[in-house]
Design a binder for this molecule. Structure first.
Ligand code: GZL
Length: 370
């Protein structure tokens, strides 16, 4: 069983999709409203889906008829209609590699004619690549935005040509079903709350915490920072955030920043990394400083990539909250609902795994970690 977790986000127009990995995780789930998805060991794409993103659950959703004044009806599985996928960051990050593979695999399974580009974390590149895919004939776009505000030019081009844009993993500024179809991604604020709980558990609720924040300008960094800060303020008065600096979601930057913070703050005994790439860098920095990660300094991170879940299993890290990158089935289901009658929710929240010392080894053994 693999599982999680958290509950619906605020708005009614939110659908949550969840899975259950282990009893421990499930019992921590609070309002796990969707029951189990992947039976233990079943890591198939189908098992990653528990419910369609269709809007029937809570009222009409976005369809091609209601989208931004109406868009042409298309059959994306006809093998001729071109769907463009815009990836924001390098697939050297396993989150990105798995996300890209999931989109490619589902497109292949459905017979979708897919073209794709990778912007290597540059928003100007992403704008021009999206425009290029439109020029290449893309009639629908799946976009993993580099940041929330920078894609205005590309979105405007798409809108002018009535090309629907489905956003995954990060949001863009604008209105659902007008500027973009919908957002599919994790509950980043909820992830950060769990990270705070995990770090409190690892430090007797009294850690002196360094936060490695993600790259600026996107909702993921904003929510993962605010969620952690709010949870500490609300529940852990003895926990102190002694430093917070961006590591740009990158391993090298995470290592460099951690080295600097350790020199500036000798009292740091806990690290909250807003993604695993930065956590891996931080672990290197902690070791170079002659300290033992997991003993002298407790670490909690987010993404759930294999190398970090191994660190949880070995005790180097205290916990890792998954950011489920397996968007393929959900994204194409959403597009089929968009061109059908069901329509798509404004927000489709994919639920994530939660790896602790109780279940990390089991998750790795069962091949449930990406
Ligand atoms: C989350 C995604 C984040 C990952 C990081 O959906 O936007 O960006 O958590 C990645 O690993 O850099």
């Amino acid at each position: 069983m693999y599982t999680h977790l958290w509950a619906k986000a605020g708005s009614a127009a939110v659908l949550t999709v969840s899975l259950c990995l282990t009893a421990t995780a499930c019992t921590n789930s609070g309002d796990d409203s969707s029951g189990s998805g992947a039976a233990s060991g079943d890591n198939s794409a189908a098992a990653q889906q528990v419910a369609s993103p269709s809007a029937s659950a809570s009222g009409p959703g976005c369809t091609y008829q209601s989208y931004g004044g109406g868009a042409p009806k298309l059959d994306i599985t006809d093998g001729k209609t071109v769907v463009g996928f815009s990836q924001s960051e390098s697939t050297s990050n396993p989150f990105r590699a798995t996300e890209t593979k999931s989109i490619e695999a589902e497109a292949k399974k459905l017979g979708v004619k897919l073209i794709e580009r990778n912007a290597n974390a540059d928003v100007n590149t992403q704008n021009s690549q999206i425009e290029d895919m439109i020029a290449q004939g893309a009639k629908v776009l799946i976009v993993a935005p580099e940041n929330s505000d920078g894609l205005g030019p590309a979105l405007a081009k798409a809108k002018a040509k009535k090309i629907p844009v489905l956003t995954i993993d990060r949001t863009v500024t604008g209105t659902a079903c007008t500027d973009y179809v919908a957002f599919i991604g994790s509950n980043f604020y909820g992830q950060a709350q769990v990270a705070a709980d995990d770090l409190a558990a690892a430090t007797g609720s009294s850690g002196h915490v360094a936060i490695l924040t993600g790259s600026p300008g996107n909702n993921v960094t904003t929510d993962r920072t605010k969620g952690f800060q709010d949870q500490v303020k609300a529940k852990y008065p003895k926990m102190k955030i002694v430093a917070s600096q961006t590591g740009n979601f990158a391993q090298t930057d995470g290592q460099k920043v951690m080295e600097q913070l350790l020199q500036a703050h000798s009292d740091i005994n806990a690290v909250y990394a807003e993604n695993d790439e930065m956590a891996l860098g931080a672990i290197q920095a902690i070791k170079s400083a002659g300290k033992t990660p997991g003993k002298d300094i407790k670490i909690v991170s987010i993404d759930g990539i294999e190398q970090m879940v191994q660190n949880v299993a070995s005790g180097t890290a205290a916990a890792d909250i998954e950011t489920n990158p397996r968007f393929g089935p959900l994204a194409f289901q959403a597009l089929q609902d968009f061109y059908g009658t069901a329509g798509v929710q404004d927000k489709v929240i994919i639920k994530d795994g939660h790896f602790t010392s109780d279940n990390a080894k089991q998750a790795l053994d069962q091949g449930l970690v990406y």
